[in-house]
Ligand binder design. Structure first.
Ligand code: NAD
Ligand code: DAO
Ligand code: ZN
Length: 369
């Protein structure tokens, strides 16, 4: 079938709206009509050419929501008409990783997903016979996409696509890092570095679990109002701190953070996030994706004296199990998504949406088809 897609032909060039040929879903695959998709920094990172694993030409996008239109042979968990959120972190429930219950990093289709292909090693997208790569196994910048069955979470049908698409990445990454990776307990003191589309969701996750102090750290004072609305109790602008930021945060939290979260992708901030943690037990979670080749450092004595460094991908969430619950939390008013979606544009304006993100003028822009 012919579909409408924003295609990334080359790194560093704008996307172009094209008619793309999409093959039918094969065994274990589903065809999904994408109704809405968010734009995340990871899409921009790949489009910029800085992503060493970026492949071109490709159809980017990994934060979508839509409706199953057709299923391939052997698909049993979803049917046409089901509402779904694509998962860049699938959940096969059968691989060694899924069965370990120690990680959400299902490996069932890792090899082909990383090469921009479906699990059988081929792409479903092409233009005039030339293959177009899939991206993160999702390719949501198209009005129809084909996904592995294990990479869709079935959600309730009354959830609005242009809101819950954000659960496909940002919301789950932030809230999940608090609930599933850090397992923050009530009364904990939390420090969040970076109050963007991810950090704000860490803030509301911390509020949900009953954290005591929720300290937000950002260079941009305009982030303060929304962060406070979502549960931030204290705001720190590093530019306004006299002296050492880490010492300031340790003093503010009366000994250090029980949990800190780096939501920027800056390796120097990652060090500050670790070192502002409480001696003996503070845990620092890295969420931000640093540039290719960058490294983190600290004095090993920071770890010897009980601080712990961890990372979190997709919030540690097991997509098919946890994403439908997070949709319920939104529909039940337990989490705020509406205030974080600052712009909604038609796919024809997708490049303007990237510009808004680069200028820091949007928390999340959602693209509709
Ligand atoms: P964003 O640009 O919306 O937010 C970043 C915030 O950090 C901004 O408010 C900015 O003002 C602030 N900031 C920048 N430098 C700072 C500094 N030195 N000190 C304090 N504040 C500073 O970005 P986002 O969409 O929230 O994404 C954050 C990171 O998370 C990115 O690296 C992204 O790639 C990554 N990410 C990770 C996952 C995952 O699963 N681990 C998923 C999605 C995104
Ligand atoms: O299993 O080896 C693996 C890779 C899993 C990739 C996890 C994604 C990490 C987060 C990147 C940003 C997503 C928007
Ligand atoms: Zn698995």
């Amino acid at each position: 079938m012919d579909v409408k897609a924003a295609v990334a032909f080359e790194a560093g060039k704008p996307l172009t709206i094209e008619t793309v040929q999409l093959e039918n879903p094969q065994a274990g695959e589903v065809l999904v009509e994408i109704k809405a998709t968010g734009i995340c920094h990871t899409d921009a990172f790949t489009l910029s050419g800085a992503d060493p694993e970026g492949l071109f030409p490709a159809i980017l996008g990994h934060e979508g929501a839509g409706v199953v239109v057709e299923v391939g042979p052997g698909v049993t968990s979803v049917k046409p008409g089901d509402h779904v959120i694509p998962l860049y972190t699938p959940e096969c429930r059968n691989c060694e990783y899924c069965l370990s219950f120690k990680t959400n990093l299902c490996q069932a289709i890792r090899g082909t997903q990383g090469r921009g292909l479906m699990p059988n090693g081929t792409s479903r997208f092409s233009i005039a016979g030339k293959m177009i790569h899939h991206y993160m196994g999702t390719s949501t910048f198209a009005n129809y996409t084909v996904l592995p069955e294990i990479a869709v979470a079935k959600i309730r049908e009354d959830a609005p696509f242009d809101k819950v698409c954000y659960i496909g990445c940002g919301v789950t990454t932030g809230i999940g890092a608090v609930l599933y990776t850090a397992k923050v307990e009530p009364g904990a003191n939390v420090v969040v570095f970076g109050l963007g589309g991810i950090g704000l969701n860490v803030i509301q996750g911390a509020r949900m679990v009953g954290a005591n102090m929720i300290v937000g750290v950002d260079l941009n004072p305009q982030k303060r109002v929304l962060a406070e609305k979502l549960g931030m109790t204290h705001f720190v602008n590093p530019k306004e701190v006299e002296g050492d930021l880490v010492a300031h945060l340790v003093e503010l939290t009366k000994g250090g953070a029980d949990y800190s979260f780096e939501c920027i992708g800056n390796v120097n901030v990652m060090r500050q996030a670790l070192e502002c943690c409480h001696k003996g037990w503070g845990v620092s979670i890295i969420i931000g994706v640093a540039g290719a080749g960058q490294e983190i450092s600290t004095r090993p004595f920071q770890l010897v004296t009980g601080r712990v460094w961890k990372g979190s991908a997709f919030g540690g969430a097991r997509g098919r199990t946890d994403v439908p619950k997070i949709v319920d939390w939104y529909m039940d008013g337990k989490i705020n998504i509406d205030d974080l979606i600052t712009n909604v544009v038609p796919v024809e304006q997708i490049n303007e949406a990237f510009d808004l993100m680069h200028k820091g003028e949007a928390i999340r822009t959602v693209v509709t088809f």
